[in-house]
Design a binder for this molecule. Sequence first.
Ligand code: FAD
Length: 322
Amino acid sequence: MDNKDILIYVEQEGGRVHPISYELLGKGRELADKTASNVSCALLGSGVSGAAQELIEYGADTVYVFDDDSLAIFDSLRYKQNLVGLLREIQPSVVMFGATLTGKALAPRVATALEAGLTSNCTALEVQEDGSLLQVRPAFTGNFLAHVKTRSKPIMVTVRYRALESAPKDESRKGEIIQKDSEKVDSGVKVLGKGAMKEASIAGADVVVCGGRGLKKAEDLALVKQLADALGGVVGATRPLVDDGWISKDHQVGFSGTIVKPKLYVGVGVSGSPQHLAGIRDSGTIVAINSDPSVALFRIADYAVVGDIYEVVPKMIELLNK
Ligand SMILES: Cc1cc2nc3c(=O)[nH]c(=O)nc-3n(C[C@H](O)[C@H](O)[C@H](O)COP(=O)(O)OP(=O)(O)OC[C@H]3O[C@@H](n4cnc5c(N)ncnc54)[C@H](O)[C@@H]3O)c2cc1C
């Protein structure tokens, strides 16, 4: 790796920094200390300047702030244009994004504009003895780990939420905050309205109760919701439920949905396909409820409940609510 900046794209909503950005900062700081380089952050939005100091306390040396009304709502084209301008100016050797919906929308656009490679969904980053950066990402629905080295510059990665540890906050850290003028870009996007997310994201939840095709009809997801409420968790679903329109895609757990890492995962009528298991492997405790004792989910479950979900789940809810 060159002795140059590592740049972290800071994800925020309404000035609140997404925890993935602190995780990226933790890794960025570790890599920068090993290679005697600096960590910079790019913070884009409206009314976001107040968040810059805390990024320094979590490990940034420099924070570039684009604080402008035109950036109030995430617009991948506007954000890309400003970010690409900054990257051309400061020429970092590594650029890190979270593998969140925002990061997944932004990183490929930036990589294309810079004609750089992009390693998506990394779970680990390591500096090699020769100074190169090894990027580790699951492949083939998580059955293999691919080790990637990139020749193009800058090295660009997206990293999974909760794959890394954030660095501890150090209020005595000093750094530089640089205000940048934002480029006004007409992306053609018109915002007609804004609504709050109905439910906490499954990616960051400590408890995920996941409904599968063991449910007979869409309305029975209410049972999964009641169990999730009783456990203080959120509702997830397997892909067939999403494909059938029973629940929105942001609830889909798995390889082509969201990778979750809760302290507790409960599978309700879920068989445990490889694509689903790829999304729950790192869960703390796995509980599975299924009438078929031979299902794959039981093989990785800490607690296997063999029974009919329509009998077991109401009893669990009753006991939990007591
Ligand atoms: C490219 C690709 C990507 C994919 N990505 C994903 C993904 O991200 N996430 C995902 O989930 N899937 C994904 N899939 C789909 C995946 O292959 C499986 O089809 C899916 O995970 C199965 O969902 P399920 O466990 O709900 O259904 P099933 O496999 O049909 O399992 C239903 C289970 O319910 C049990 N059951 C039935 N009735 C009851 C009852 N009354 N009480 C108790 N148990 C009962 C059955 O024994 C069975 O084990 C993907 C597939 C492909 C090809």
